[in-house]
Design a protein around this ligand. Structure first.
Ligand code: GAL
Length: 327
């Protein structure tokens, strides 16, 4: 359990972090009790911290709507929210995986919302699938044949389920998401205002069924944690590396070190984000969710320090640890 400043277990599942002005903000899915908590009844919750240990409840950053025709009506699915700051527009830009109410996971859309303040309130801009009418840069002629999943979704836009965002050192932003019925990962360069995809995207790790993507950059190389596709049940984590976000990704196996059970289940969790620790060199925290689908609000958070063994990220269980591991 991780109590906030009011003594209440933090309610920010499938979380994403934003470091801004010396403060770290933790955005995540607000869950309610029971199985009802597997769909959105409140929205995206945000917490703030200056030391990563103590978290202040900043309330609901993006609220579900009570308008029955809204894409984000109470009862929709809002998952894995992530927020970036755009220095040009001075807006905080939130992206999340959206499923329309009552439609299971068929919509496979991305939602976008903006705010002038990091903690919100965020205004919902809209939701859609991605890059309708545009082929990924690396689509082969075969991929474009009718019957291929990519071609199936060409006109209506590509599916976007489990997602994450990454802002590179030059300010360019990317969205990575499970697409083509989760069989491939699509990587989109975003427009300069971060509000939509540009027309530049690629499909990677095709046929590998990656979910739960979490990206970070170290010494000029990009690393991607992900999971397999087993719903709320944990499965073995994966780690991949690339020299550029849109480039080829090379899989490096399972990053977990531990007992067979820990390695097979990613310490009973599923990745959601990698947090680079500010003011520490070479310090990255692996963040993951221990889902509790029968009582969603009771989901737990796993944070582990990332170690590098021959340049490859590794995570090992630690029942308790603090930031001094990075000194
Ligand atoms: C997981 C996914 C979660 C959620 C869940 C629903 O695979 O990572 O974000 O979508 O499936 O079953």
């Amino acid at each position: 359990m991780w109590p906030d400043n009011k003594g209440v277990h933090i309610n920010a599942h499938g979380g994403g972090m934003l470091s801004h002005g010396g403060v770290t903000y933790w955005f995540g899915e607000h869950k309610i009790a029971g199985e009802a908590g597997n769909v959105a009844h409140a929205g995206v919750h945000v917490y703030s911290s200056r030391n990563l240990y103590d978290w202040r409840d900043e309330g609901i950053a993006l609220s579900v709507s009570d308008d029955p025709v809204s894409d984000i009506v109470d009862g929709c699915v809002i998952e894995r929210p992530k927020v970036m700051y755009n220095a040009t527009t001075r807006l905080f830009v939130m992206w999340f995986h959206l499923e329309l109410a009552g439609k299971g996971y068929d919509a496979a859309r991305c939602g976008v919302a903006t705010s002038e303040s990091p903690t919100g309130p965020y205004q919902f801009i809209g939701s859609s699938r991605l890059c309708a009418g545009i082929w990924p840069r690396n689509a082969s002629d075969d991929d474009k044949l009718p019957g291929a999943k990519l071609a199936r979704d060409f006109e209506g836009g590509q599916m976007s389920r489990d997602m994450t965002l990454f802002v590179d050192d030059d300010g360019s932003a990317y969205q990575l998401s499970a697409s083509e019925d989760n069989q491939s990962l699509h990587i989109y360069r975003l427009s300069s205002d971060y509000l939509r995809p540009s027309d530049v995207y690629v499909r990677r790790l095709v046929g590998r069924y990656n979910e739960a993507p979490a990206v970070f950059k170290r010494e000029g190389r990009y690393f991607l944690f992900s999971s397999g596709c087993t719903g709320w049940r944990p499965n073995p984590a994966r780690i991949a590396v690339a020299d550029s976000l849109l480039g080829e990704w090379t899989e490096l196996g399972n990053p977990c070190i531990g007992t067979p059970e820990q390695v097979e289940t990613t310490f009973e969790s599923q990745s959601t984000y990698v947090l680079p620790v500010e003011r520490k060199r070479d310090a990255f925290i692996f963040m993951a969710d221990r889902w509790r689908p029968l009582d969603a609000i009771d989901g737990r958070y796993i944070w582990l320090p990332i170690r590098f063994v021959d340049g490859v990220p590794r995570i090992e269980w630690a029942g308790e640890w603090d930031l001094s591991v990075f000194s």
